[in-house]
Ligand binder design. Sequence first.
Ligand code: GLY
Length: 329
Amino acid sequence: MSAVPTAAQIRQSFLDFFKEKQHTIVPSDNVGYTSRDGARIFTNAGMNQFVPIFLGERSADVDTWPGVLHKGLPTRAADTQKCIRAGGKHNDLEDVGLDTYHHTLFEMLGNWSFGDYFKKEAISWAWELVIERWKFPPTRVFATIYQPGKGDPAERDQEAWDIWAEKFRSIGLDPDIHIVNGNKKDNFWMMGDTGPCGPCTEIHIDLTPGAPNLDEDRQRAGALLVNGSDASCIEIWNNVFIQYNANPDGSFVPLPAQHVDTGMGFERVCSIIQGTKNFTDFETAKISNYDTDVFKPIFDELTKLSGKTYASTLPKANEQGHVVPVTEQ
Ligand code: GLY
């Protein structure tokens, strides 16, 4: 992609990439969803519709699903899923409107393996898409892996570390800088308190101003920003290795097969690619999901209808953490 791509082109590029890897492209499921424990009424992740396959209650048959957009293998799927995170375990409501990258309704790009490929392929393809195809500057890219804290389930994900380390070393980058440990809170993904779950590895991007590629001191500084809840370094993609079922009694029982479940923030990827003009400008870049062509046509129409200009400003939180409307600032 040399010219700055549109959001539609970025979405298609993700789906085409996984089509090349024999994935069946399925349509987005409904956003309305009733979880087994009754705790969720909205689809909060792309994996929701695949839960019966993960649990072994249904065989992997995605190539026969109604409305498939491309028939690939029955054991591999990719899609872009409309998600709502406005309650439950993954509740983004408190952040919406206060930052540039959380929404109540958003699109999650994802790829899945149902007892098919596992960590090696998932991480290698994540690298291939992000670094080799889309050309994110690798010095700004950080991977996180699971390192359990006291009382956390399962063991350290050394396998994921080793696969990432090989990738970073292959282009002369130090894995000890670019791979960051995270405990259960950040690197063990659960849809809710129960259900299929497992260790995950996330990709974070350092968006601090400067040259597209950063020297080693700046890379070390970038690593410290990972998981800091700051727009200067954000997560774009989570690869989950579904291996357990979390039971209501708090136990984690290994599943009959191992699966891959990934979730990429579509609007975030668009904001970085478009905001930096295809990674050429991190110095003056305005990186905000709202400044992409996902939102701009809507804001342009609102401007026309209201006569008020959209100014790309964020409201401030007052001392109680409540949003102060722009007119009162
Ligand atoms: N299921 C992966 C995620 O939502 O991050």
